[in-house]
Ligand binder design. Structure first.
Ligand code: ADP
Ligand code: MG
Length: 338
């Protein structure tokens, strides 16, 4: 049986359209920082006067390094990896960063009725998208059932900064909101350094504030849902918010002509397979936007729209139909459309 991992090089779901207007305030400049983290790249723009970019970037890299040491499942001795490897059911005190992400993961898991489930890791690995291994075939029903028995947010407890598992081999995978959290962390660090006009992007997750050096608001483009090329689908002006896009057209593998997404539906234990191709969410927090967009991707079109309405979310979804792509946005999202 053949399979193929298709990692589309352009991991950016959204990218910035840089304006080319002359600046009115010559002292204010746009500085550009670029680097690597979490298996992807970051792109940061800050606007200010005489910004010490080397010092700023060093601080940012330190923040991101700490984040990875706390919650990367690709680092064997990260705090989260140690928790995953441990078979103890005793509760343990976790770092502030990990606590913040775990708390939000549990909140979003409950809000989404289990669509976002950070204990889904064994299934992610089973389908070949985790750090462990890549399967050559589609897993058997037996293996699927025994793996599903190991997942569920009810097997994870977090109280007063203390984290515990109720089964020895529970595995927590925060990769779906860790990038978003990284964006929030960097944005907060930039603000702590007195800069209030910026754009932070890590692997497609983005958060913006203020204005470009030209005095215009930041513009962001949502990509066309094609895995073969990059093209602009819709331009948005998110103002002081984060933008997250979840889409199954960027990372997947094919077996027997069927396409398997890297997003798992915890209810079936299988990669999602429906007509929803991408969900974009605008929210003040990048971590929240990141988690919500993935959760809605799991839900599928109808449930996602109902969920967005119920929770008054700014969401934009693209679905594939026989007549091409159809997009829908919630009332709250419309204010951001250009
Ligand atoms: P997207 O950008 O498409 O939302 P992310 O990288 O944010 O994708 O999240 C997908 C990752 O999250 C997967 O690679 C997997 O590790 C994990 N994951 C898959 N399904 C779920 C789920 N239902 N809940 C939480 N995490 C998931
Ligand atoms: Mg996501």
């Amino acid at each position: 049986m053949q399979y193929r991992i298709k990692l589309v090089l352009a991991t950016l779901a959204v990218f910035v359209l840089s304006g080319c207007f002359p600046s009115n305030d010559l002292a204010r400049q746009e500085y550009y920082l670029q680097g690597k983290t979490m298996g992807t790249t970051y792109n940061i723009k800050v606007v200010g006067e005489n910004v010490d970019t080397a010092k700023l970037q060093q601080g940012i890299d330190e923040q991101l390094k700490q984040l990875n040491q706390e919650m990367s499942t690709y680092i064997a001795d990260s705090e989260l990896s140690q928790f995953n490897q441990s078979t103890s059911l005793e509760s343990t005190k976790v770092s502030k960063g990990l606590a913040r992400v775990i708390k939000e993961a549990i909140r979003l898991g409950e809000l989404s009725n289990g669509a976002l489930d950070v204990t889904v890791g064994p299934l992610v690995n089973l389908w070949g998208f985790g750090p462990e291994y890549r399967p050559e075939t589609v897993p058997s029903n037996e293996l699927l059932a025994s793996t599903r028995a190991r997942i569920g947010l009810d097997k994870l407890t977090f109280e007063n900064g203390m984290l515990a598992k109720t089964i020895p081999d529970l595995y927590v995978d925060l990769s779906t909101i860790a990038k978003g959290y990284g964006v929030d962390l960097v944005a907060e660090f930039i603000e702590m350094n007195g800069i209030n006009d910026y754009l932070v992007e890590i692997g497609g997750e983005m958060r913006l504030k203020g204005f470009k050096h030209t005095g215009e608001l930041w513009h962001v483009a949502i990509e066309k849902p094609l895995s073969t090329e990059r093209a602009v689908h819709q331009i948005i002006i998110p103002k002081d918010n984060a933008v997250a896009t979840s889409g199954d057209y960027r990372i997947y593998f094919e077996a027997d002509g069927q396409r398997f997404s890297h997003i798992i539906d915890p209810e079936t234990g299988k990669p999602i397979s429906h007509k929803l191709v991408s969900v974009t969410v605008i929210h003040p927090s990048s971590m929240t936007a990141d988690g919500l967009s993935t959760a809605m991707m799991v839900m599928g079109e109808e449930k996602a729209l109902a969920f967005a309405k119920e929770n008054e979310l700014a969401a934009y979804i693209i679905a594939k139909t026989d007549h091409g792509f159809v997009e829908q946005s919630t009332v709250k999202f419309m204010q951001y459309l250009k």
